[in-house]
Write a protein that binds this ligand. Structure first.
Ligand code: AHR
Length: 501
């Protein structure tokens, strides 16, 4: 009964590399200590940005980075983050612990980071406490090549040529920290702000509207109906509509998170797996509303915040959202990426929250030390899908059930890359049982299979600063070609990536 059928002949839709995107906010130790250590730090850096972190993110081909928030974006005033460091004013990061932000990491440093990573910058502008003028001037500062007071200011700050900037978000979580707006109100605000996000020269912005929280389908309906593209103005003025969804145990009535990232029962394991899989329903239902207004799928769905969210690690600042990362998170990463791949005709970007030291991080740092999380390794295994063509797949799986939850044990997605190699990524959420799987590949003559596996010896297996290599990909020898099928023995609570040629 555990069968996967891959229809290589029907492969048609490209998997946008940006589905493997990242989100980094001025929150806790993500920017400071995570990326930015300053030029004089003993930690190896290039112009203040950690070299080890850049190398690690280049390895997984981080394609796009959303910045500066999050909730921080709607309190951020970009002019505070330009010019000589010692002259930049400080501000209070009111949303994330009331700590003082010295603005040493600003526009130029972020663009330098993106250059070092070789990724696309994705700016999120301030609608909540900013103005149309402030937002429009940021874009002029960044992208105008001619002579203007703002372009000259950029030159004075050391950058002669305008930057190329594509992705621009018009505010964050407008229904919450971004101003507690209704969809009806924000859709008008979006129209107004987006008009003044100008294209200078041949720089073309890709404008992303703030989208729904979880299953607020009304938000998507209103945005598509009122702020979607119409004939009033030339050119598209909404290229993408966002949606945010976090996988979490529950919250107390005062908003406090419960549930540890590493000390959890099997009941919490399956709860998180099941809640992670809810992403499928969300993408499908938001997508169906978008289809109604935009059957040609011109407006992309941008899942620009997703990931697991637990109680913070004991002893750490409650607003710094620092959590460990285990095999359970690896499973959520794998199943979520399978879902984004599956709906890649509509989902064209997704940004995991957040890259370093915050929530479902790829990387954790402690002074000069850096460790890679199980979620990082999933992004590494899955990077083969970036820019490959989705292979439609049908997955028949036995169930894995406990208490209130009952989920398919197996998840998978497949693609064919530019060299004609077929990539199949699979996961098995059952923590007790290896599962034999038959894979039928239609329209592809499979001669050879090789793979890698990410598996822990327990549900909460994770890497620490003293034991950084507990969970790492290893060679996988549980797949072989047998007649017309591929036989795979999917290990329990594991993620496998196969290359079939
Ligand atoms: O990622 C942490 C926060 O979660 C972001 O700042 C906000 O957009 C969301 O609520």
């Amino acid at each position: 009964m555990n069968e996967i059928t891959l229809d290589v002949k029907s492969a048609a839709t490209k998997i946008d590399p940006n589905i493997y995107g990242h989100f980094s906010e001025h929150l806790g130790r993500c920017i400071y200590e995570g990326y930015w250590v300053g030029e004089d730090a003993p930690i190896p850096n290039v112009r203040g940005i950690r070299t080890d972190v850049v190398e690690a993110l280049r390895k997984i081909k981080a394609p796009v980075m959303r910045w500066p928030g999050g909730c921080f974006a709607d309190e951020y005033h970009w002019r505070d983050g330009i010019g000589p460091h010692e002259q930049r004013p400080s501000m209070i990061n009111t949303h994330w612990g009331g700590v003082v932000e010295n603005n040493h990491f600003g526009t130029h440093e972020f663009m330098d980071l993106c250059d070092q990573l070789g990724c696309e910058p994705y700016f999120c502008g301030n609608v909540g406490s900013g103005t149309v003028q402030e937002m429009s001037q940021w874009i002029e500062y960044l992208t105008f090549g001619g002579k203007s007071p703002l372009a000259d200011l950029r030159r004075q700050n050391g950058r002669e040529a305008p930057w190329r900037l594509k992705y621009f978000g018009v505010g964050n979580e407008k229904w919450g920290c971004g101003g507690r707006m209704t969809a009806e109100y924000y859709s008008d605000e979006y129209r107004r702000y987006s008009v003044y996000t100008r294209n200078y020269g041949d720089n073309e912005l890709y404008r992303i509207a703030c989208g729904a929280r979880n299953d607020d389908y009304h938000w998507t309906e209103v945005m598509m109906a009122k702020a979607g593209n119409d004939q009033l103005l030339a050119g598209p003025y909404m290229d993408g509509l966002a949606v945010h969804y976090y996988t979490q145990i529950k919250r107390l009535t005062d908003g406090t998170r419960v549930g540890s990232a590493t000390q959890f029962s099997e009941a919490e394991w399956i709860e998180i797996i099941a809640k992670g899989l809810f992403m499928d329903e969300l993408v499908r239902k938001h997508g169906a509303i978008m289809d109604k207004y935009d059957p040609a799928k011109k407006v992309a769905m941008i899942v620009d915040e997703w990931g697991t969210w637990y109680a913070v690690e004991p002893g750490t600042h409650p607003r710094f959202l620092y959590q460990q990362n285990s095999m359970r998170d690896a499973l959520v990463a794998a199943t979520s990426l399978d879902i984004f791949n599956k709906y890649c005709d509509r989902v064209r970007m997704a940004n995991i929250a957040q890259t370093i030291n915050v929530l479902q991080a790829m990387i954790l740092t402690q002074n000069e030390q850096m460790i890679l999380t199980p979620s990082y390794h999933v992004f590494d295994l899955y990077k083969v899908h970036q820019d490959a063509t989705l292979t439609p797949s049908e997955v028949q799986s036995e169930r894995y059930a406990l208490g209130d939850y009952d989920v398919p044990a197996l998840s998978a997605s497949a693609s064919v890359d530019g060299d004609g190699k077929l990539h199949l990524t699979l996961s098995n959420a059952n923590p007790h049982k290896d599962i034999p799987v038959r894979v039928f590949v239609n329209g592809f003559k499979a001669a050879r299979v090789q793979g890698q596996v990410l598996q822990g010896d327990s549900m909460n297996a994770h890497n620490t600063f003293t034991m950084p290599h507990v969970v790492e990909p290893k060679g996988f020898h549980g797949a072989q070609i047998s007649g017309e099928a591929l036989e795979v023995l999917m290990p329990k609570m594991a993620v496998v990536a196969l290359e079939i040629t």
